[in-house]
Design a protein around this ligand. Structure first.
Ligand code: TLP
Length: 348
């Protein structure tokens, strides 16, 4: 049954989820304090739980995934340093160049196969000033996105995660995970999130994607990194007051909405297979590992396809000229998938 007030099938993103009645109840009854003064017990609880789940020393609640990555980068680089990340990573493509504006960092881009970087390519991309006659910046932070959004919602194999972290460490470089959807990766691969993140210095985790909270991300790392991130969060304007009302939604999400991500993955798979069988579209089924489906259509046809699907009550997102994206989440039912399949069929 749909538990939010819309009869549209909204597949634009898993960010569109609205707090369910039960989540709203948890928010309404949250005990709050002043988090800038450090005494909001619900925020402290959320930070501690997330740190424990990822097996890191400490956590920091921030308003968004973008700010979470920005504070992680700023806390682990100096102006003039270089970050190393995949060519289509969210940090590079979709964060407004924040790494440059807020951290003064340049970026070395690494190719990916379905968004997954090869550890050898990462190693090659880490440059150091020493021995370069002053030509190179210092590569000091490798950023790995797991799942990889533009890769299609793909999951890094564990050995690749470990090998990338080792390549970074060998070159005196830290490693960060943009784990906006790390629990999707965990559920899809059967690997514990703490194990996925074991070799990494920091992880940003979104509560407002598939986990269904309206707002919020948590950065987890060593106490030392979190102490620095705390200061940068303040300077970026992310210190919030009675924010336990929002943290309570995050706690509810951790308690209730992780295992159910498997349902989103099954529905995405069903949608992908049905669309792949239609002659007008292409879907790389190998990429469909979690809750995303990237659909190829005729050159220049993406906006028209999105508009046609919308006329059938199905909302999707244009990615480029010939690609659109559909994302499953906790408001999407089996019936919605059937409606979406019919809409794709009618839009051929
Ligand atoms: N991704 C959004 C858009 O910004 C593209 C989406 O609809 O998928 N890391 C990753 C891997 C993300 O996909 C996103 C959001 C973020 C970080 C940023 O999170 P927010 O939107 O909370 O700043």
């Amino acid at each position: 049954m749909r538990d939010y007030p819309s009869d549209r099938v909204d597949l634009r993103s898993d960010t569109v989820t609205q707090p369910t009645p039960a989540m709203r109840e948890a928010m309404a009854s949250a005990v709050v304090g002043d988090d800038v003064l450090g005494d909001d017990p619900t925020v402290i609880d959320l930070q501690n739980r997330m740190a424990e789940m990822l097996d890191k020393e400490a956590g920091l609640f921030v308003p968004s995934g973008t700010m979470c990555n920005a504070t992680a980068i700023r806390a682990q680089t100096e102006p003039g340093d270089e970050i190393i990340t995949e060519k289509y990573s969210h940090i590079y493509i979709y964060e407004g160049g924040g790494f440059a504006a807020l951290s003064g960092a340049s970026v070395a881009l690494v190719p990916g196969k379905m968004g997954i970087m090869d550890p050898i390519d990462v190693a090659k991309a880490i440059r150091k000033g020493d021995g370069s006659l002053g030509h190179y910046p210092n590569g000091t932070l490798v950023c790995v996105e797991n799942t990889s959004n533009r890769g299609g919602g793909t999951c890094y194999p564990l050995q690749t995660m470990d090998a990338i972290a080792a390549a970074a460490r060998d070159r005196d470089c830290r490693a960060h995970i943009d784990g906006a959807r790390i629990f999707n990766a965990s559920v899809a691969t059967g690997n514990d999130a703490a194990r996925i993140a074991r070799e990494y210095d920091s992880v940003s985790i979104c509560l407002s994607k598939g986990l269904g909270a309206p707002i919020g991300s948590v950065l987890v790392a060593s106490s030392e990194i979190i102490a620095r991130a705390y200061r940068w969060r303040k300077m970026f304007g992310g210190g919030m007051r009675q924010v336990g009302v929002v943290a309570a939604a995050g706690i509810f999400a951790l308690e209730n909405n992780i295992d159910r991500l498997a349902e989103d993955h099954t529905r995405a798979r069903g949608l992908a297979e049905a669309i792949a069988a239609m002659p007008s579209y292409s879907v790389e089924l190998e990429q469909v590992q979690t809750n995303m489906v990237y659909i190829g259509c005729k050159e220049g046809g993406a906006d028209g396809l999105v508009a046609s699907l919308a006329q059938h009550g199905v909302d999707t997102l244009t990615i480029d000229d010939s690609t659109i994206r559909a994302v499953t989440h906790l408001h999407i039912t089996d019936d919605d998938i059937d409606r979406a399949i019919a809409a794709f069929d009618a839009s051929q």
